[in-house]
Design a binder for this molecule. Sequence first.
Ligand SMILES: [Zn+2]
Length: 627
Amino acid sequence: MSSFWMRCASVASAMIVGSSMAVAQTAPITLSVDLTDAPRKILHATEVMPVTAGPLTVVYPKWIPGEHGPTGPIENMAGLFIPGTGQPVKWERDKVDMFAYHVTVPQGVTKLEMKIDFLASAALSGFSAGGSTSENLALLSWNTLLVYPADTNASDVMFTPSITLPSGWKFGTALDKDGGSGQTTAFKTVSLEQLVDSPVLAGRYFREIPLAPEITPKHYLDMAADGPEEIELSKEHIAEFDRLVRETGALYKSRHYGAYHFLVTLSNEVAHFGLEHHQSSDDRVTATTFTDDREFVLDGLLLPHEFTHSWNGKYRRPAGLATSNYQKPMEGDLLWVYEGLTEYLGDVLAARCGIWTPEQYKQRLSTIAAEYDNRPGRTWRDIQDTATAAQILYAAGGGWDNWRLNVDYYDEGELIWLDVDTTIRKMTDGKRSLNDFVAKFHGLGGDTGPKVAPYTFEDVVGGLNGVVANDWAAFLRSRLNSNAYQAPLGGLENGGYKLTYSDKPNAWSAMADAQSGTFNFWYSLGLHAGKSGTVSDVLKGGVADKGGFGPGMKIVAVNGRAYSPDVLKAAVHDAKDSGPAVELIVENTGFYKVIRLDYHGGERYPQLERVSSVPDRLDDILKPEAK
Ligand SMILES: [Zn+2]
C-alpha cells in the first residue's frame, strides 16, 4: 500500500503449498457480480457454493492483503439471502466472530445459492473499503461481495467469476476472459487468492495503453475517469511509464506475473490510495493527476511504488503476512522491508524512469530526512514498533502525530535502505549495490507466475551477506530499535550529501505546500498552519509547543495584523536574531488568547547540501539502468 497508504516463519507459501486443513473442493464456486447499480452505490452478487448437507460456516474476508489490518468492510455488506430450494435457509452470525455466518444445509442440497449486496456508500477515505464508485466508473474489489467456507485455504478454494457492467462501460483486470455476451463477461476459474488479488476497474471513460510493448509479459496502463479529458495524458508521460517497465526489468531481472495492469482511477469521487496486487495495482488519484504537471510530479511515486510491490510484498512476502486465508491475523513486524524497501526502490525507479528529475528526488529526500530527524516520538517508541503495530496505525491521524508516530516504517524505512545501499557501494568501492541484493532476493526462482515466497529477518540478513559480508543483523537492529530523536542519516552521508536548512523552501516543498494548502513552519516555530490559520500539528518540544500551542488551534492575528501565511512568514523573518518576538492571537474552541513566541532563528526549510569529499553515490543510484 502506499502513502499512508499498505508476517513470519516457514518457507511454506500460501499460493505454493496447501495446508492440511483444507477440504478438497469438488467444483468451483460461481460468483456473478452485477455492477449496473454501481452509480447508485449498491453492488449485487449471486454466489453458488457446492455444499453437502449439515452444518456449514461461511466467512467474509476480514484481513485484506496489502492493507495490513482487519479492514474487510463487513459493516457495508447487506442483503444476505440464502433462497434454498423450496424454503429459505436461515443464517446466524457467530456471537464472537462478526465475519462468520453459520447455516445448516438441508438434506439433498448440493449447491447453495447466496445473494449478497455491498453498499458502496463509504466516505472518500480509507482504502479499498472507501468510496469506489461514481456515475461513470467503479472499482470492484471481489472480497467485498463474497463469502467462502471457513477454515479453508484461499489458494485451494476455486471461484468462477463474472461481471455485468452498465451499458457502454469497458473494463481492465488481470483476470483472463472466458466468454460472455452483451454487458456480461465471464472469467476463467481462479483460486480465491487470485480472485481477491485481481480487482476490476470499469468505466464509461476508459482507456488502455500497452506499455513497453517489446517486453513479455505484457503491461497495460488501464485508466477510468469521470470525464474523457482526464485520460488524455501526454506522450511524454506515457514514455515515462514505458521506461518504468523497462527499469524494473533491469532492476529485478525477473517478473512474477502473466501480465501486469496498472488500474488507475482518475476521479475526485473515490478514496485516494494505492493497493498492490501480484498482477495489477489499484491506483486511485485525483481527476487531474495525469494532466496537471504539479500533481503528476507530487504523485509520481504511486505507480513505481505499487508496481514494486509485485516483487517486494507480493512475490517475496514476510512470512507473517503470508497467511493462508483472510481470517487469520497478520503480523506486521517486517513491514519495514515490505513497505520501507518498496518506498526506497519506488522512489529510485521514479527518478530512473524520468517521472522525477534527480533534483526532484533529492528535494523530496530532504523533506523526509528532515521530518524524521525531528521525531520526538522515537524516544519512547522505536520504528520496529510502528511496524509491529501497523494494524492499529493506518487509521490513526490528527495532531501530535510526531509524538505518537505513525506508519514510520515507510519513510524511515526508506532512509534505512538508502543507508544499506550506500554502505554496500562504499564497502565494495562501487562494484556492488542493493541492485545485486534485489536481483537475487526478488528474482528467486527466475520468472514465475504469481506466487508467494515468504521470508524471515534472517533471510534478509543472509541475502545482504551474499552481496557483501557485514554484520547486517546488528546494522539493521541498531536502526530499527533506536530511541534517538534524530533519524538514521548515514545514507545521506555515504551518498555524498548532508541535511542542512535554508531560509527558502526548495521547489519540491513549495509545490507540496501549494498543493496541500498547508504552510511549513515546522523547523522554525514547530507548527504547520493552513491558509486560514488552523494549526494542523505542533512539534512536541518545539517553540510553539513550549509557547502553549496545540493542534486544532487557529491563528487569528500576527503582531496585531490579520493572519495569512505570508504575514506569519514575514514576522518570523523580522524576528530573526535581535528582532521582536512573534505575538499571535489564537482561538481555541471558542476562546481567545495571546501567545508570544520568543524565536529568533528565522525561516528554516530543509535541503540537501553536497559534500564534495564523498563520491556522489546518490547520483549513481539514480542513473537509468535499462539499456
Ligand atoms: Zn506500499
